[in-house]
Ligand binder design. Structure first.
Ligand code: PLP
Length: 400
């Protein structure tokens, strides 16, 4: 009998973390590497939020908190849902966990039985299928092609639903594509879900505040209020408030689901850091004036990257509505030979030869469930992005 659990053999390491580590190792060896693989803003946490955390420490807010979070934060979350999404969640209908990732994990752990199916539109955030598998469920993928701007279409969704479907996970704006659903596109999806009352909706709204131009963000229970009773609306402060390291995610949902998640969390972490929770109260209730600044910087970078990638031989890069990722196709580069002599058979070969030849770290699309593409995170300086895109153009130009 082996020491490690069988569950461990069913999951894969995160490709994003693997590639980011490889880039770090190459840098440590003295190579000039630009890493476009990490999914976190390069901005610092706004000062008012840091000050709120320091004040909390000074007040002695350094003890265990209620499992689902401190009351002031759950009240702030309740206000946020009302103010920004038109959703009524009482503070008792909210839960705070150790990052958005932990919210999703708790929801799946609290609800999945062996064989339960979870529909995951592909390309997907790398952690969804692995979390489903760890919780004993079965991921069911629905391809969302570039032709449809990487967005789920109603007919394939309808075909994927079975009597065993427990959840669908929606993520708009999306990691890895940046694609975000308009109200009409979301309505087309919620119309299908209305015909299948046994399917629950887990919406990952982590990138809500990072949309560009005049795009209007919407969330499923807002577009279709009749879904409220079977929707978990998940969000967090990691991306929009540059707080990835503080580890705060939250959700609003039906009381019985939140109670079940609280039950699970009580035997896992006992709740997240008290200090981070006080910082999150300030993030949600305090001034939001950093947001237009973040959005403007990201929008400029998106435009720069999309334009430079589309000038590159063999690449096609759609213009995404949000997040800080682009997801170009490298289909035309497949079958070509890299400077090392290697023939590029997959998108994984493409990114690994790109890293080898030009020191640019990106993540292959097949790890997000749809390729041949690759993901670039543009949460880095304009100068680094311009340099990286020039190197990508040079690499593509060198393929024979
Ligand atoms: C779509 C999506 N959901 C959730 C998360 C996790 O957020 P957190 O860092 O708050 O756990 C990420 C982080 O990369 C993400 O991209």
């Amino acid at each position: 009998m082996g020491f490690l659990s069988d569950a461990l053999s069913r999951i894969k390491p995160s490709a994003t973390i693997v590639i980011t580590q490889k880039a770090r190792d190459l840098k440590a060896q003295g190579r000039d590497v630009i890493s476009l693989s990490v999914g976190e803003p390069d901005f610092d946490t706004p000062d008012n939020i840091k000050e709120a955390a320091i004040a909390a420490i000074r007040r002695g807010e350094t003890k265990y908190t209620p499992v689902s979070g401190i009351v002031p934060l759950r009240e702030a979350i309740s206000r946020k849902f009302k103010r920004e999404n038109g959703l009524d969640y009482k503070p008792s209908q909210t839960i705070v966990s150790t990052g958005g990732k932990h919210v999703i994990y708790n929801a799946l752990l609290a609800t999945l039985n062996p064989g339960d199916e979870v529909i995951i539109p592909a390309p997907y955030w790398v952690s969804y299928p692995e979390m489903v598998v760890l919780c004993g469920g079965k991921p069911v993928f629905v391809d969302c092609t570039m032709e449809h701007s990487f967005k789920l279409q109603p007919e394939p969704l309808e075909r994927a639903i079975t009597p065993k479907t427990k959840w669908i996970i929606l993520n708009s704006p999306s990691n890895p594509t940046g694609a975000a659903y308009s109200r009409a596109e979301m309505k087309a999806i919620t119309d299908v879900l209305m015909r299948h009352p046994h399917v629950w909706v887990l919406t990952d709204d982590m990138y809500e505040h990072l949309t560009y131009g005049d795009f209007e963000f919407v969330t499923p229970a807002q577009v279709e209020p009749n879904l409220y009773e079977r929707t978990l609306t998940m969000n967090g402060v990691s991306k929009a408030y540059a707080m990835t390291g503080w580890r705060i995610g939250y959700a609003g949902g039906p009381q019985h689901l939140i109670n079940a998640m609280d039950f699970v969390q009580g035997q896992q972490t006992s709740g997240t850091s008290a200090i981070s929770q006080w910082a999150a109260v300030e993030a949600l209730d305090g001034p939001q004036d950093h947001l237009p600044r973040f959005r403007k910087a990201f929008e400029e970078r998106r435009d720069l990257v999309v334009s430079m990638l589309n000038q590159s031989k063999y690449l096609k890069c759609p213009m995404p509505e949000g997040a800080f990722y682009v997801y170009p196709s490298c289909a035309e580069a497949i079958g070509k030979t890299a400077p090392s002599g290697k023939v590029l058979a997959t998108d994984e070969d493409f990114v690994s030869e790109l890293l080898e030849a030009e020191g640019v770290a990106a993540v292959h699309g097949s790890s997000f469930g749809l390729g041949p593409n690759f993901r670039i995170s543009y949460a880095t300086s304009n100068a680094a992005l311009e340099d990286a895109c020039n190197r990508i153009q040079r690499f593509c130009g060198s393929l024979r």
